[in-house]
Design a protein around this ligand. Structure first.
Ligand code: ATP
Length: 322
């Protein structure tokens, strides 16, 4: 393969830049020319791409976000949008594409593969909801940012006997909330996979205080519960509960961190491996990490599906919050 391209798509994740760098330098090492596509599939449909050399990806391994930019594109979900993208790839004589992104991005990659265009995916999303990789690029850094916030809130929560709700990202997947809740020692964890209600959450905190706990931290996944509704419930029942609830939404702060060592290494390995597979003629697979080994999984097996939450982790959270 003499000419390949790389794009980042969907939500940005710390480590995407390390993956771009790995794709460019591995491609060059294997004798290919490498093009960077700006703004994901949106840029692909507008032929917004340029050739990248080894020096163009220098000094980015330590940066969060993505130097290529990312986007969400509804048009690419249509056959007409994808036909436009394919025509641009052909015009630039690109022979293969590396797609760095999460669930939706890999579903888009599979669509291109089905149209006969060689594509290999790199597992990258802070949500960790992608099948085909036990852990994805950005998760570790996002978790550490959430933990730093939880640790700080615990200090102030204990000083004032105030409960704190920390809302973390993860769309409809509770992984980030569950794992940051376990690692941060939260009293309650609310995730979309386990339906609950405000009175049950309040009871969990009341019981925690009754057991002598100094603070009450609830970690809530963004897709699990409306934060305002939860805060409203606690406000309405402040007298009977005996404590107040304050809310902190981490939001995009969680995305923007500089990638830690784990994400830089993961991204470097996945990016290099994906490029190698692509240049050797493989298409329609996602490169991820399974049981600590590099692994390829056919896009057909993962497209449009979501990884289920680990029930053992849910049990662990319950036991350790006692
Ligand atoms: P993250 O979960 O980290 O935000 P993601 O890759 O899941 O990443 P999405 O917004 O779901 O983010 O998808 C990114 C883009 O992939 C979409 O904007 C769209 O252009 C493309 N895409 C998603 N689903 C499809 C699909 N079914 N067919 C074609 N393209 C798709």
């Amino acid at each position: 393969m003499k000419r390949i391209a790389v794009l980042t798509s969907g939500g940005d994740a710390p480590g995407m830049n390390a993956a771009i760098r790995a794709v460019v330098r591995t491609g060059l090492f294997l004798g290919a020319e490498v093009f960077g596509v700006r703004r994901g599939y949106a840029g692909l449909m507008e032929a917004d791409m340029q050739q990248l050399g080894a020096r163009d990806v220098g000094g980015i391994i330590q940066q969060g976000g993505t130097v290529l930019g990312s986007a969400r594109s509804e048009e690419f979900k249509t056959p007409a949008g994808r036909a436009k993208a394919l025509a641009n790839l052909r015009e630039f004589r690109i022979e293969g594409l590396v797609v760095i992104g999460g669930n939706g991005s890999q579903t888009g990659a599979y669509e291109l593969h089905k149209m006969g265009f060689p594509v290999v995916g790199v597992a990258s999303t802070i949500d960790n909801d992608l099948l085909g990789s036990d852990i994805t690029i950005g998760v570790d850094t996002a978790l550490n940012i959430a933990l730093e916030a939880i640790d700080r809130l615990k200090v102030t929560a204990a000083s004032h006997r105030r409960a704190f709700m920390v809302q973390v990202m993860g769309r409809n997947c509770g992984y980030l909330a569950l794992v940051s809740g376990i690692a941060g020692g939260a009293e309650a964890i609310v995730i979309p996979e386990v339906p609950t209600n405000p009175s049950a959450i309040a009871k969990t905190l009341r019981d925690a205080y009754a057991r002598g706990k100094a603070n009450g931290i609830i970690v809530v996944a963004e897709g699990a519960y409306d934060a305002d509704e939860l805060v409203g419930y606690f406000k309405d029942h402040k007298e009977s509960l005996g404590f107040e609830l304050r809310a902190t939404t981490l939001g995009h702060v969680q995305r923007g961190g500089a990638p830690g060592a784990f994400d830089r290494l993961l991204a470097s390995r996945l990016g290099a491996s994906a490029t190698q597979h692509l240049c050797e003629g493989t298409s329609g697979v996602l490169v991820g990490m399974i049981k600590n080994q590099l692994a390829t999984t056919p896009h057909e097996e993962i497209a449009g599906k979501t990884k289920l939450i680990d029930k053992d982790l849910m049990r662990l959270a319950d036991v350790l919050a006692r």
